[in-house]
Design a protein around this ligand. Structure first.
Ligand code: HEC
Length: 147
């Protein structure tokens, strides 16, 4: 009996100690987990935000490549250097008097001349990579702003 009691006591102590350690461990682990979760959430949130922003920024680019040409964007990026300032004698966008005679030639002629070049304007304004649809959209935008 003494032996059994002797061994039972330490067993209880060990069990209690073990449980205490276990709870301490669980408590500690849960605290660590909470910290780790916060860290992970912060990381996931950042990555998610960047991805969402990245997609949001990429979508118009992809749409511009695959879908209809963005006339105003092409105009701003490729044509405005001359046509907003009148550089090299370019008719200024929005100058109705300056565009009246050109618009009278018809949209198709203006597109052809913008594509092939006219006077001091190089073919496609010097941007050979622009598609016919890009030039059409940019010219239509310029006409729309100038009549
Ligand atoms: C390097 C300067 C320059 C750039 C860049 C430029 N243009 Fe021009 N553009 C001119 C000049 C100069 C004229 C006038 C040419 C003339 O009639 O002698 C002109 C004329 C035009 C005309 C009138 C053509 C006609 O038949 O009267 C259109 C349309 C036009 N440009 C469209 C564009 C578009 C679209 C872009 C961009 C893709 C563009 N241009 C970029 C200089 C430029």
């Amino acid at each position: 009996m003494l032996h059994i009691n002797y061994f039972k006591l330490p067993a209880k102590v060990i069990a209690a100690g073990g449980l205490a350690l276990l709870f301490a461990g669980v408590a500690g682990a849960s605290t660590d987990d909470a910290d780790i979760n916060d860290e992970i959430e912060a990381r996931i949130h950042k990555i998610g935000t960047i991805n969402i922003d990245g997609e949001a920024m990429q979508k118009p680019t992809l749409a511009a490549e695959a879908g209809p040409s963005d006339g105003p964007a092409i105009y701003q990026g490729k044509c405005a250097a001359c046509h907003a300032t009148g550089a090299a004698g370019a008719p200024k966008t929005g100058d109705k008097a300056g565009w009246a005679d050109r618009i009278a030639k018809g949209e198709a002629t203006l597109i052809t001349n913008a594509t092939n070049g006219i006077g001091a304007m190089p073919a496609k304004g010097g941007y050979a990579d622009l598609s016919d649809a890009d030039i059409t959209a940019a010219v239509q935008h310029m006409i729309g702003e100038s009549q």
